[in-house]
Design a protein around this ligand. Sequence first.
Ligand SMILES: Nc1ncnc2c1ncn2[C@@H]1O[C@H](COP(=O)(O)OP(=O)(O)O)[C@@H](O)[C@H]1O
Ligand SMILES: [Mg+2]
Length: 263
Amino acid sequence: MSENLKLKLSDLSVRYSTKGQSTLAVSKVNLTVKNGEFVSVVGPSGCGKSTLLKVVSGLLKPSEGQALLDGKEIKDVPESIGMVFQNDALLPWKSVFDNVRLPLAIANKSTQEQEERAKDLIQMVGLEGFEQFYPKQLSGGMRKRVALARAFAHDPSLYLMDEPFGPLDAQTRVTIGEEFIKMWERVGKSVLFITHDIEEAIALSDRVVVMSGRPGTIKAEFKVPLERPRPFYDIRFDSRFKEIQREIWESLADIHKESEVSR
Ligand SMILES: Nc1ncnc2c1ncn2[C@@H]1O[C@H](COP(=O)(O)OP(=O)(O)O)[C@@H](O)[C@H]1O
Ligand SMILES: [Mg+2]
């Protein structure tokens, strides 16, 4: 396999079996993420996007096919990943400071390193002064900033993000998306990003992958030929952006039509 690949999913299928019911969630998915590449996955709800991320984060075993991280089969939760999910998953009994340094504590970093890094990250996401606050004392946008800081803490080589900005209002979503892409541009590591927002996918990514309805499979891929750094919001008015947006929209509209017909 190529040295340059961070993640490789080959003919990956996942079947859920519960109470005698069996559901084929994804079927023969082939997907790669190169080192330093930002890949987004869009697709109808229920097509298996979260299922793919669960396999990559070691929480779920594929029924068939392979998931390779740095050329090795994913067995347990890999140390080198950073995750942000829709639900920000902060520990409610820990302060902002302690939530952010948690991955460093788990990695047995020295207290000094934990504290310095957490301080820098909290500043980076604009939460200085809130170090001792608890998650329930923060707004949704602030909690998301804490979750982002935590995901960056141990300098992962692959970020897994499942509709991370989903619960935010439109304005906050753009602000946080912009902050996130700036943080990412500084580290330049691989990202597998799930969203149902086509504009967000294009604005962030090097490549956008479209999944078909259940059982999910890769339907199309679109390269995003927009230079970086990009203005996260204003790039949406670029004619090249509009062009890809239309292509992705048509690809998704086809999927919708197909599923209407098969019903
Ligand atoms: N734990 C589970 N047990 C049984 N079926 C599941 C489970 N998790 C997800 N599914 C089913 O698998 C399909 C894909 O789910 P999911 O990966 O969550 O889709 P998406 O994230 O694209 O909305 C859905 O039809 C869902 O109902
Ligand atoms: Mg999902």
